[in-house]
Write a protein that binds this ligand. Sequence first.
Ligand SMILES: Nc1ncnc2c1ncn2[C@@H]1O[C@H](COP(=O)(O)OP(=O)(O)OP(=O)(O)O)[C@@H](O)[C@H]1O
Ligand SMILES: [Mg+2]
Length: 247
Amino acid sequence: MLEIQGLSKTFDGRPILKGVDLSLEKGEVLAVLGPSGGGKTTLLRCMNFLERADGGTMVFQGKRMDMPSLSRREIAAYRRHTAFVFQNFNLFSNKTALQNVTEGLITARKMPRAEAEERGMEALARVGLADKRDAWPSQLSGGQQQRVAIARAVAGQPDVIFFDEPTSALDPELIGGVLDVIQQLAEDGMTMVVVTHEIHFARSVSDRVLFMDAGQVLADEPTADFFEEQKVERIRTFLRSLERKEN
Ligand SMILES: Nc1ncnc2c1ncn2[C@@H]1O[C@H](COP(=O)(O)OP(=O)(O)OP(=O)(O)O)[C@@H](O)[C@H]1O
Ligand SMILES: [Mg+2]
């Protein structure tokens, strides 16, 4: 469904992504793991054109796109099929939960308000927050705010959702509720790319793991192989260091 070849990106002359290839099947959950500063966020942002790649080709639903030269109109058309969930939720603080979910449908997609609200309520119900429709973000916990952000992503009926460390800004006791929602989306067949440090979650929910270090893909393999038969010493060291942190 989505394929990328040779994605490269430099910041201030420093190479951050050094020719990344990946492919994503419909219904697949790809976990992106790797050490801090390895380029995971940059990869995800380039994939949704929040950051402009210096080189690379994307094939999305059969359409071939040159990533550096894609026009604004083509980007907008592509983004009708995608959604992005940020680490810090990025909700409008002066809009209610439901308004946050419907805003994009009404303004960008010109959907009639009644229809947008119907879709918005379905999406809020899906993340277990139908009763919070009129709450302001400040009245919601971090976990609830992130679930509203996920409802907003879902309401656009995207073909793929990108998550950038969706639980890393949350208190430990709020992480589970957000991961449960993402797991449910996976079970419903949503195609997702999830950057995460939650190893147990990656292991139980993802179909494949892509490991990034210093702008390069060190591994891209089925989840079971990645965790159980890891041959790259650098990755084994990384996994061991996470286990130590968790214990
Ligand atoms: N806008 C920017 N301008 C300059 N350098 C940047 C910018 N964004 C990222 N970088 C640099 O690119 C490198 C990769 O950053 P990135 O945020 O993609 O890493 P990451 O794998 O997501 O790390 P983390 O796990 O800490 O979130 C880092 O060295 C970072 O300092
Ligand atoms: Mg990051």
